[in-house]
Design a protein around this ligand. Structure first.
Ligand code: HEC
Length: 123
């Protein structure tokens, strides 16, 4: 009986979390479009936006979920903190392409939403 209640509660909590993540992904998409990330990374995050054809290296394909820069130098590339630093300071600050420009005016909250959205596109 108690175990069933616990299961029901856990399921409910998981559904609530999934709902919240979904709402955040929608907000993240808004920021992504508002900030024109899609012009290079593409609406579906495949790195195939209209500007991408002219770029080398290509914008990162988010559907692969594979990231390059270890911006905070902790030995692991592509952590949330690494992505936040690259989005804020641009890739050139970490030896990458200057086409991935800095976004100094984005708030930390918007950067967190962007990262949530980027992670949600992994296939
Ligand atoms: C003018 C084109 C352009 C725009 C606009 C752009 N990017 Fe990028 N982005 C790139 C390119 C090119 C790379 C690959 C850089 C490299 O490998 O040196 C990249 C890489 C990235 C990466 C991968 C970092 C890693 O460690 O692999 C993330 C995350 C990212 N961009 C997020 C964003 C976000 C969020 C926005 C919008 C605020 C944005 N980009 C706007 C071109 C762009």
């Amino acid at each position: 009986m108690f175990r069933n209640l616990a299961t029901i509660f856990a399921t409910f909590a998981a559904l609530m979390l999934a709902g919240a993540a979904h709402a955040d992904a929608a907000k993240g998409k808004e920021v992504f479009v508002k900030t024109n990330c899609n012009s290079c990374h593409g609406m579906t995050g495949k790195g195939d936006g209209p500007v991408a054809a002219a770029l080398d290296p290509k914008p990162r394909d988010y559907t692969k979920g594979d990231f390059k820069f270890d911006a905070n130098g902790d030995g692991t590339a592509g952590t949330d903190e690494d992505l936040a630093l690259v989005i804020k300071n641009g890739a050139a600050a970490y030896g990458g392409s200057a086409m991935m420009m800095p976004n100094p005016t984005l708030s930390d909250a918007d950067i967190a939403l962007l990262i949530g959205y980027i992670r949600s596109l992994k296939q």
